[in-house]
Design a protein around this ligand. Structure first.
Ligand SMILES: NC(=O)c1ccc[n+]([C@@H]2O[C@H](COP(=O)([O-])OP(=O)(O)OC[C@H]3O[C@@H](n4cnc5c(N)ncnc54)[C@H](OP(=O)(O)O)[C@@H]3O)[C@@H](O)[C@H]2O)c1
Length: 339
C-alpha cells in the first residue's frame, strides 16, 4: 500500500497544522499565461503524494476554473487525499468578462454568496480557511470578518484568514474572530512585512502564509530577460519585470546563484529555504504548476541555512534591493498592507 511521506508541519496561528510548504494553485488557471490542465492536476496529485496538505486558491482565479480544477484533482486523487487537504480560499475580487478588475466586495451578504459558489465548485462541505483577497474600502473589516465568523458557526468554514492587510486592520479583524493566518507577499526581495506587520501577527499569535516567495518566478533562477510573456500575464505589467528594473533584479539572482552553487542547491531552493528560515510561523506557498518545479520546491526542505549562509544571502540580496514595486500602481492602491 502506498504511504504518504511525512513532511515537516507548521501551525497556522489558531488554525490548522499544515505541511511546511503549501501549494499555490493560481498559476494553473490565471495570471501567468497558459497552463497545461493535465500537468496541473498531476502536480496537485504529486503535491498531495509528497505530503503537502495546504492548497491555496481564489474564486476569481480563472473565474472558478481554479476551484473546479482542485475539485477534479481531489476527486481523482488516491483515497484519503481529500480528507488530508486543507483548502484555503480567497474571495471578494470583482472581475469583468474582459479579465478586468472591478474592486472588491466584502459585504456580509456577498461573503455568503461567494462562499456558496465556492463550496459548489470545490464539491466540498466546508472551506478550511476563508479570506477576502483585498479589503473592501466601503465595508468595515469587522463586518466582512464577522460574516466569515458566521460561516464558521454554521460549519461551512473552519478558520478565518486575512490577505494583504496592514497592522491596524489585523488588530481590528482579530478583535472579531480568531485569525489563523495572514496571507501576504514575503520573500528575499519583498521584505516589507518585517517592520510592522510581522511583529503584529506574532504578538497576536497569527500565522503567515507567504506568497511571491520566488517573486512570481523572477528570483527562481529560471527567468530570463528574453522570456516572452503571454498577453494577460501579470508579469508583463509588473514593475519588477520591466526594462532596467528586470536587468537589475536578474543581477541580484546571479549573486544568489553563486551561493546556491556553493550549497549544491538551486536558486529557487535557496529563496524558499530563506523564507522557511524566517520562523516556524511562516508557511511558504509555492506556485509550482509543473511536477518538476514542485520537486525542486520540495527540495528546499532539505536545505539548511546556517548563520554564515544567511549572512551571505543578506549580502547578495540586501533588504530593499529590488528595483520596482511588487504591483502596478493601480493594484498597489488596493493593498491595505502598503498604507
Ligand atoms: N493573497 C494574495 O494576494 C496572493 C497573490 C498572489 C498569489 N497568491 C497565492 O500564492 C501562490 C504563490 O504565488 P506565486 O505563484 O505568485 O508565487 P511564486 O512561487 O513566487 O511564483 C510562481 C512562479 O515561479 C515560477 N517558478 C520557477 N521555479 C519554480 C519552482 N521551483 N517552484 C515554484 N514556482 C517556480 C513558476 O513559473 P513557471 O510555471 O513558468 O515555471 C511560477 O509561475 C499563488 O498560487 C496563490 O495561491 C496570493
Amino acid at each position: 500500500m502506498a504511504t504518504t511521506p511525512a513532511l515537516p508541519t507548521r501551525a497556522l496561528g489558531s488554525g490548522p497544522r499544515v505541511s511546511a510548504l503549501g501549494l499555490g494553485c493560481m498559476g494553473m488557471s490565471a495570471l501567468y499565461g497558459e497552463a497545461d490542465r493535465a500537468e496541473s492536476i498531476a502536480t496537485i496529485h504529486a503535491a498531495l503524494d509528497a505530503g503537502i496538505t495546504l492548497l491555496d486558491t481564489g474564486d476569481f482565479y480563472g473565474m472558478g476554473h481554479n476551484e473546479l480544477l482542485i475539485n477534479e484533482a481531489l476527486s481523482t486523487a488516491p483515497a484519503g487525499a481529500r480528507d488530508r487537504a486543507v483548502l484555503s480560499v480567497k474571495f471578494g475580487a470583482l472581475r469583468d468578462p474582459d479579465n478586468g478588475w472591478g474592486g472588491y466586495d466584502g459585504r456580509p451578504a456577498a461573503v455568503k454568496n461567494f462562499a456558496a459558489y465556492s463550496l459548489g465548485r470545490l464539491g466540498a462541505d466546508h472551506i478550511d480557511i476563508y479570506r477576502i483577497a483585498r479589503v473592501d474600502p466601503d465595508v468595515p473589516i469587522e463586518e466582512t470578518v464577522g460574516a466569515i465568523a458566521e460561516l464558521v458557526q454554521a460549519g461551512y468554514v473552519r478558520h478565518v484568514g486575512l490577505s494583504e492587510v496592514g497592522a491596524a486592520t489585523i488588530r481590528r479583524a482579530a478583535s472579531v474572530a480568531p485569525i489563523s493566518d495572514l496571507q501576504i507577499e514575503y520573500g528575499l526581495i519583498s521584505r516589507g512585512i518585517e517592520a510592522e506587520i510581522l511583529p503584529t501577527v506574532r504578538e497576536l499569535g497569527i500565522g503567515v502564509t507567504a506568497y511571491g516567495v520566488l517573486s512570481r518566478g523572477l528570483i527562481s533562477g529560471h527567468f530570463t530577460a528574453d522570456r516572452e510573456l503571454a498577453p494577460g500575464d501579470f508579469r508583463a505589467m509588473s514593475p519588477r519585470f520591466q526594462g532596467d528594473n528586470l536587468r537589475h533584479n536578474l543581477a541580484l539572482v546571479e549573486s544568489l546563484r553563486k551561493i546556491a552553487e556553493q550549497k549544491d542547491a538551486s536558486v529557487a531552493q535557496i529563496a524558499i529555504a530563506w523564507v522557511l528560515s524566517r520562523g516556524a510561523d511562516i508557511v511558504p506557498l509555492v506556485g509550482a504548476r509543473r511536477r518538476d518545479r514542485l520537486a525542486e520546491a520540495l527540495g528546499a526542505l532539505e536545505v539548511t541555512l546556517d548563520a554564515d549562509d544567511l549572512a551571505a544571502i543578506e549580502r547578495a540580496v540586501p533588504a530593499g534591493s529590488a528595483a520596482g514595486e511588487r504591483y502596478p500602481a493601480t493594484q498597489m492602491e488596493h493593498l491595505d498592507s502598503e498604507r
